[in-house]
Design a protein around this ligand. Structure first.
Ligand code: SF4
Length: 94
């Protein structure tokens, strides 16, 4: 016997479907994030320092294309690292 507080399998599948649609409709940019604390402490800037830039740093995690924003292995959760950016932790990519 089904009670009001014990949802049926059909109810659960309906909820899962609604949740799936809701998640699928969230734009990818909603997950973009900056690690403000580390950016400040590492003196991150959006411009290169001479020929030193994120795109040629060993810590850089490239985006979809060479010009897209990417990540940094040091800036946890940061998805908006500019390939033309720079910080004091720069280390030449081998
Ligand atoms: S360590 Fe600094 S220079 Fe290197 S990718 Fe990360 S933010 Fe850019």
């Amino acid at each position: 016997m089904k009670s009001a507080t014990n949802p049926s399998r059909r109810d659960m599948l309906k909820l899962a479907g609604i949740a799936g649609i809701a998640i699928a409709s969230i734009p990818v940019t909603a997950f973009a994030a900056k690690n403000a604390g580390l950016r400040t402490s590492m003196k991150y800037k959006e411009t290169p320092e001479g020929d030193k830039e994120c795109s040629n740093c060993v810590q850089f995690v490239p985006g979809k294309t060479p010009k897209d924003l990417g990540g940094c292995k040091l800036f946890l959760g940061d998805t908006e690292v500019n390939p033309k950016g720079y910080c004091v932790a720069w280390a030449k990519k081998p």
